[in-house]
Design a protein around this ligand. Structure first.
Ligand code: HAM
Length: 423
């Protein structure tokens, strides 16, 4: 084979793609049910957008972006996340000029040059929500509820919600100073990268995966001890709201998130001891109250999250996966015997399609055995056998391909639908 796919990318083909289709449809449904509107933005974005928003000292900007130069010499990035892109779009299109929140959701390809492994890819999909131009902690609780709904919808067990507050500009400053002091006094135990970060962006050391740095970080001061009274109150209010919604959580003072734009609430949904191994974060998000201003827009406090679609799919239990694939698969193959019964089966297929059923006909062979084999290979739920004898008598034979049971019923669309809607 002359060509193979680029490292860290995936071919999503049936039956796996049917799972994607069902899960994506459910995500649309959940986010829409909370009043979020679907948005689509470009994959190609100016490189500087991410330097400015995600931050210079972050792994994403330092190591993980796919960047190229356009013919006119402009530095372009394949988007490594959606939040900054959406904010760029809101500012550029002058969408917000009042005091109301704007609520968006997306399902989009994202690109990061990371070392590929299970649950970590170079091209992957994120589903996410952003509530823009809102200071209300009720939005923080709302998006967390939507995240929880998505995880629960697919019967994924053992996913805990971890929350933290990383404060506002006021409380962050003394914390950063304290943190820098702490890391400087432990500088010999840090990796080269973190030694540099202790001068430029000490909070980013908390994300480092190096064992020595993790050990030093575990003794570092935590932001929760430095929160101002306003941030403390918001954090308490949010916890109250989560309790009211019966959403369990754990406060984890070590969650700071790997992007610079966050403030106040941050949270992650993390799978405990499951299939994802080291890539166990299903969803990550938080507030980014200053991002709009830092990007040159007006003051638009905002909150959002994103989850990796592949990770979500990997953690769906086998029985639920099977159910989704079955539901998304072919409902029935109409089986015929010759030219005349082909027209009969075409008519039946057309009727069933009108009702939204997924119907296939095997044009490649008029041998019934082959057509039945084809139906099984597609994972079709039913075969609707439209024979000459059936045609004369105004009936069809409906065969359940899982149980092999079959019965003869009237060839009216409503009767066939009744039969194939049964399972
Ligand atoms: P993030 O934590 O960088 O946040 O990514 C969010 C989620 O994307 C992760 O929790 C994980 O499930 C998934 N993910 C990240 N990298 C990979 C990868 N290489 N392969 C597969 N999945 C991956 C953000 O991107 C923020 N924009 C989230 C946000 C939205 N904050 C506020 N609004």
């Amino acid at each position: 084979m002359e060509y193979s796919r680029i490292k860290g990318t995936n071919d999503i083909i049936p039956p796996e793609s049917l799972l994607w289709k069902g899960v994506i449809a459910a995500i649309h449904e959940v986010f829409s049910s909370f009043g979020y509107s679907f948005e689509i933005s470009p994959i190609l974005e100016p490189f500087e957008l991410f330097v400015r928003s995600i931050g210079e000292g972050t792994d994403i900007v330092n190591k993980e972006m796919f960047i190229f130069e356009s013919k006119s010499g402009k530095k372009i990035a394949l988007k490594p996340e959606e939040t900054a892109v959406l904010m760029r779009s809101i500012i550029e299109n002058n969408i917000v000029g009042d005091s109301f929140a704007r609520k968006y959701y997306y399902i989009t390809p994202i690109f990061r040059y990371e070392r590929p492994q299970k649950g970590r890819y170079r091209e992957f999909y994120q589903y996410g929500v952003e509530a823009v131009n809102t200071q209300s902690v009720m939005r923080d609780a709302e998006i967390i509820e939507a995240g929880r709904k998505i995880i629960d919808r697919f019967g994924i067990k053992n996913v805990s919600l971890e929350i933290n507050s990383i404060g506002c500009r006021e409380c962050r400053k003394p914390y950063r100073d304290e943190l820098a002091l702490y890391f400087r006094s432990n500088t010999e135990k840090l990796c080269d990268d973190c030694r540099r970060k202790s001068e430029t962006n000490p909070m980013r050391i908390l994300d480092c995966k190096n064992e020595g740095c993790i050990a030093v970080s575990s003794g570092a001061p935590v932001i929760s001890d430095y929160l101002c009274s306003g941030c403390k109150k918001d954090f308490e209010d949010m916890q109250f709201l989560l309790k009211e919604k019966s959403i369990e959580f754990r406060i984890n003072p070590r969650i700071v998130r790997g992007l610079d734009y966050y403030s106040k609430t941050v949270f992650e949904f993390v799978e405990q001891g499951g299939v994802l191994g080291s890539q166990s974060t299903l969803i990550g998000g938080g507030r980014y109250d200053y991002l709009a201003e830092e990007m040159g827009g007006r003051n638009m406090p905002s909150v959002g999250f994103a989850g990796g679609l592949e990770r979500l799919l990997l953690s769906i239990p086998e029985d639920v996966r099977k159910q989704i694939i079955k539901k998304e698969g072919i409902d029935a193959v109409c089986v015929y015997f010759d030219r005349e019964t082909l027209s009969f089966s075409e008519r039946i297929a057309a009727e069933l399609r009108k009702d939204g059923k997924k119907i296939e006909i095997c044009y490649e062979s008029d041998k019934i055995k082959k057509q039945m084999k084809y139906a099984s290979s597609l994972g079709a739920a039913y075969a609707v056998i439209c024979g000459g004898d059936e045609l004369k008598r105004g009936v069809v034979t409906v065969k359940n391909l899982e149980t092999q049971e079959q019965s003869e019923i009237s060839s009216s669309a409503s009767k066939i639908l009744e039969a194939i809607n049964r399972s």
